[in-house]
Design a protein around this ligand. Structure first.
Ligand code: NAP
Length: 256
C-alpha cells in the first residue's frame, strides 16, 4: 500500500512566519488545523470558548508558536474589542461552527438563533473584523470559511445546518467580490462528515451513517487530515488565483 501523507508531509515554504487566526481552535478540525499550520511554521492566534481546550494547546506548543484567546464569537462587542487589539495577521480560518439537528417541523426559535448566531452572524462578523485588519495593514491575506457538503444538498434533519452553511458559501462569494480588488482571497472548504465531536454526535448511529456512506461515491467519511491539507493548499501560493469558490472535500457526495 502507498504511504499516506499527513499534513506534516506537505510543505509550503511561503507559509513560514505568517500569522494565522483560527476560530474554534479548541477541538476537531480547528485543533488539527492549528497543528498543520504550526508544522508549516505559522504563528497561531487560537480562539475558542473552553479554557481547558486552550490550556491543552498551550501545553502542546511553546509561546513562540501560539497565543490563545478565550472568546465566544457570538459576543459582538468582545469580538470587536479583541480583533482591534490583535497584531496584524495574514490568514483567518473561520472554523467555529455548531450543529443542532432534528426534524424540520420541530425547529425552534431558540435553535434557529443559536445555529444562525454562530454559523452565519458570528462567522460574518469575525470575517469582517479580520478583513478590516488586513486592509488597515495592507496585507494580501486569505480567509478560509469552513463550510460543509450540507450547504449544497439537503440532508434529513439538518435544516438549520444546511441553511447556515449555504449562507456561508454566499458569504465567501460576497467577500471574494468586495475584497478581491484589495488582493484578499476568500474560499470555502466543504467537508463531508468528519468524526470529530460534532461528527460523532450526529453520525455515530449506524442507520444514519450507512445511509450517508451509501451516497458518498468513495464510501467513507473524511479524515481530519484530509480537511487540513486542502486548507493549507488554499492558503498557499498554489491557490493564488482561487477566490470565491467552494472546495468540496466530500468523496463525491455533492456531485453524485
Ligand atoms: P467540533 O469538534 O464541535 O469543534 C468545534 C469547535 O468550535 C470547538 O472548539 C467549539 O468550542 C468551537 N466553537 C463553537 N462555537 C463557538 C463559539 N460561539 N465561539 C468560539 N468557539 C466556538 O466541530 P468540528 O467537527 O471540528 O467542526 C469545525 C467546523 O467544520 C464547523 O464549522 C463545522 O460546521 C464544520 N464541519 C464539520 C463537519 C463534521 O462532520 N465534523 C463536516 C463538515 C463541516 P466548544 O467545544 O468549547 O463549544
Amino acid at each position: 500500500m502507498d504511504e499516506v501523507s499527513t499534513a506534516a508531509t506537505v510543505f509550503y515554504p511561503e507559509l513560514r512566519g505568517k500569522r494565522a487566526v483560527v476560530t474554534g481552535a479548541g477541538k476537531g478540525i480547528g485543533a488539527e488545523t492549528v497543528d498543520g499550520l504550526i508544522t508549516q511554521g505559522c504563528y497561531i492566534i487560537a480562539i475558542s470558548r473552553t479554557q481547558a481546550d486552550l490550556d491543552k494547546l498551550k501545553q502542546k506548543y511553546d509561546s513562540t508558536k501560539i497565543e490563545t484567546i478565550l472568546l465566544d464569537i457570538t459576543h459582538w462587542n468582545e469580538v470587536d474589542n479583541i480583533f482591534s487589539k490583535l497584531e496584524p495577521f495574514h490568514y483567518l480560518i473561520n472554523n467555529a461552527g455548531i450543529a443542532i439537528c432534528g426534524p424540520f417541523l420541530q425547529v425552534s426559535e431558540q435553535d434557529i438563533d443559536s445555529v444562525f448566531g454562530v454559523n452565519v452572524k458570528a462567522c460574518l462578523h469575525v470575517a469582517q473584523c479580520a478583513a478590516k485588519k488586513m486592509l488597515e495593514n495592507k496585507i494580501k491575506g486569505v480567509v478560509v470559511n469552513i463550510s460543509s457538503q450540507a450547504s449544497k444538498r439537503p440532508i434529513k434533519d439538518h435544516t438549520m445546518y444546511c441553511c447556515t452553511k449555504a449562507a456561508l458559501d454566499m458569504l465567501t462569494k460576497m467577500m471574494s467580490l468586495e475584497l478581491g480588488p484589495s488582493e484578499i482571497r476568500t474560499v470555502s472548504v466543504n467537508p463531508t462528515v468528519v468524526m470529530t465531536d460534532m461528527g460523532r454526535k450526529n453520525w455515530s448511529e449506524p442507520s444514519k451513517s450507512e445511509s450517508m456512506l451509501s451516497q458518498i461515491p468513495l464510501r467513507r467519511f473524511a479524515e481530519v487530515d484530509e480537511v487540513v491539507k486542502p486548507i493549507l493548499f488554499c492558503l498557499s501560493d498554489g491557490a493564488a488565483m482561487i477566490n470565491g469558490c467552494d472546495v468540496n472535500i466530500d468523496g463525491g457526495f455533492v456531485s453524485a
